[in-house]
Design a protein around this ligand. Structure first.
Ligand SMILES: Nc1ncnc2c1ncn2[C@@H]1O[C@H](COP(=O)(O)OP(=O)(O)OP(=O)(O)O)[C@@H](O)[C@H]1O
Ligand SMILES: [Mg+2]
Length: 214
């Protein structure tokens, strides 16, 4: 069976696309799934993370394949990588325009992180419309939520009004998620302080795999 492609997309900058792409990739690889990541964002943050990973002793060596691509080159990279990997995760730049189309067309699932603020919520309709136009399944995930706050509850309710399923898993505002990136690591590889973030990422991974397995 060909590998599954998850495209992480959100127009709003800083929603957590790169952070989730990196951490989910390590989580998938730790499950024994062959995993590749593609950085199609000219900012190159996922690439920076991967390069840092190569020099980090604590990282599992060679567990993830990496490649970069232009917006229009995603189709070629994804096709090549999906033939040799179970899971391919594509990170995209913070914009939605015709450039995002080639990535969306490759997606078995579009993961849309929404940071817990109204501004992020307002930006979310565009990517969902584009995914719907390409007849791609999307999954919204609330990111950087402060547990038990009214804002997080309201955001979750507002997300459920949008035209896509909302992940059961909510990713909290976790310092560990920000800290590990610097060293090319993931919360799956960090100590006890990262335990909550680790289990949130793993639960989100469970949900993605459920949706990707017919
Ligand atoms: N759940 C979280 N808890 C704490 N910090 C987070 C979380 N998710 C993301 N961050 C932090 O928020 C910032 C933006 O995250 P990230 O770079 O992953 O977003 P992005 O959507 O890829 O941004 P861009 O649109 O610029 O590519 C980073 O500093 C990251 O460490
Ligand atoms: Mg990014």
């Amino acid at each position: 069976m060909a590998g599954r492609v998850i495209v992480v997309a959100q127009q709003k900058g800083g929603a957590g696309k790169t952070t989730l792409a990196a951490n989910l990739a390590v989580d998938m690889a730790a499950r024994g799934l062959t995993t590749a990541i593609v950085d199609s964002d000219p900012q190159g943050s996922l690439g920076r993370w991967f390069m840092a990973r190569r020099t980090t002793r604590d990282a599992q060596e060679g567990d993830i394949a990496f490649s970069t691509s232009s917006a229009w080159g995603v189709a070629y990279e994804a096709e090549k990588l999906r033939a040799a990997h179970d899971i391919v995760i594509v990170d995209t730049p913070p914009k939605i325009d015709a450039d995002l189309r080639p990535a969306l067309r490759e997606a078995d699932l579009v993961l849309v992180p929404v940071s817990a603020s109204a501004v992020d919520l307002w930006a979310t309709g565009g990517v969902l419309d584009l995914a719907a136009r390409e007849e791609r399944a999307a999954l919204l995930v609330l990111n950087r939520a402060r547990a038990g706050t009214r804002l997080a509850d309201r955001m979750r309710a507002a997300l459920s009004e949008l035209n896509a399923p909302v992940a059961r898993t909510v990713i909290g505002n976790r310092v560990a998620l920000a800290e590990v990136m610097e060293h090319g690591l993931a919360v799956a590889e960090a100590g006890a302080k990262a335990a909550t973030a680790r289990s949130e990422i793993h639960e989100l991974g469970d949900e993605l795999l459920e949706m990707l397995t017919p």
